[in-house]
Write a protein that binds this ligand. Structure first.
Ligand code: ZN
Length: 330
């Protein structure tokens, strides 16, 4: 579905398609334990979190140079633009790269080679959001923020991702405070597999302006009321929720109930190479499985721009929203 939209929950490492993985492996002399792209594509059909994470980290071995990260971002933007994405706020996981000897500068400057001119090349404006791995220590997160300081002109904000349960937001209070002092915007994954209390904690302790996933807020009516009142955007990822079993089947996804409750919902792709589709594919899937009508789909698209970090560019935000209003469904 090509309705103009912003993508606000997208891990760039999760856009690595089998074909590019093999191309980069060849370029870098890395041997992948798969005979060909077909066999690798089969491996993408995992059905639990641990199998996904194992594969995800295994394939990162092919990302070594600035050119690799530039190519990864270019491949994503090509697919996203074809599905109506006009603005993308892109997550990356520096700790996963630093741990295997790829420095922060290679990752950020490599991505920036593509993102710095994405409007001219792809017609997509972009922002970069640096995520901390929540199953790593708070000290490691602080070291990562320190390593990012020479590159802050490229980085709009920080986020928090990876295995949620057992790693509450409060663990990262200090690094979020330090990031706020540096003028960085703040988001965090919360309430995907973790409890609603993690969402409250992310808001109160980390000062997040947007909650990634957040679907378990529906278990706490007072929290829903607060999120509605404070207009806190939620970045939902329906196809991801099905693949990682946050919901059993898409037809049971709480998205319609969340919209009925007045929550500011957006639809995103998370790790699209692994979870079965890009932003437009997620729009198509919720339209089909949940029977969302055109006005609901338009609301989701409008929300995505309202929730975007375009505060220095209100003229652009208004232009994107006007494109949404003018969109004619096929
Ligand atoms: Zn995510």
């Amino acid at each position: 579905m090509s309705i103009p939209k912003a993508e606000l929950h997208l891990h760039i490492e999760g856009t690595l398609e089998p074909e590019l993985a093999f191309a980069l492996a060849a370029r870098n002399g890395v041997t992948l334990p798969y005979a060909d792209t077909e066999e690798l594509r089969e491996a993408y059909r995992f059905d639990d979190l641990q199998t996904f994470l194992n594969l995800y980290y295994e394939l990162m071995a092919v990302l070594r140079t600035e050119a690799d990260f530039a190519d990864l971002a270019d491949a994503y933007l090509t697919r996203a633009a074809a599905q109506g994405v006009r603005h993308a706020e892109i997550f990356f996981d520096p700790q996963a790269h630093i741990a295997r000897g790829v420095p922060m500068g290679t990752v950020v400057e490599g991505l920036w080679r593509t993102l710095g001119r994405s409007e001219e090349t792809h017609g997509v404006s972009t922002r970069l959001i640096m995520c901390f791995l929540r199953d790593e220590s708070a000290e490691s997160a602080m070291d990562t923020l320190e390593a990012a300081k020479p590159h802050l002109d490229r980085i709009t904000g920080i986020g928090l991702d990876s295995a949620e349960v057992g790693h509450p937001p409060a663990k990262f209070r200090a690094v979020y405070e330090a990031a706020a002092e540096l003028g960085l915007r703040r988001v965090a994954h919360a309430g995907e597999e973790g409890p609603p209390a993690y969402i409250t904690e992310a808001l109160d302790v980390l000062g997040v302006e947007r909650v990634d996933h957040g679907l378990r807020c529906m278990e706490d009516p007072e929290l829903v009321e607060r999120l509605v009142r404070e207009r806190v955007p939620l970045t939902l990822c329906p196809l991801s929720n099905v693949r990682l079993r946050a919901v059993d089947v898409l037809a049971e996804h709480p998205l319609p109930a969340m919209m009925d409750a007045g929550l500011l919902c957006t639809v995103n792709s998370d790790d699209p190479a692994y979870f079965g589709g890009y932003a437009g594919d997620n729009f198509d899937a919720v339209r089909e499985a949940l029977g969302l009508g055109e006005e609901r789909l338009r609301e989701l698209a409008r929300n995505s721009f309202e929730a975007s970090f375009l505060e220095h560019d209100e003229e652009r935000r208004a232009r994107y929203i006007a494109e949404v209003e003018a969109y004619e469904f096929p």
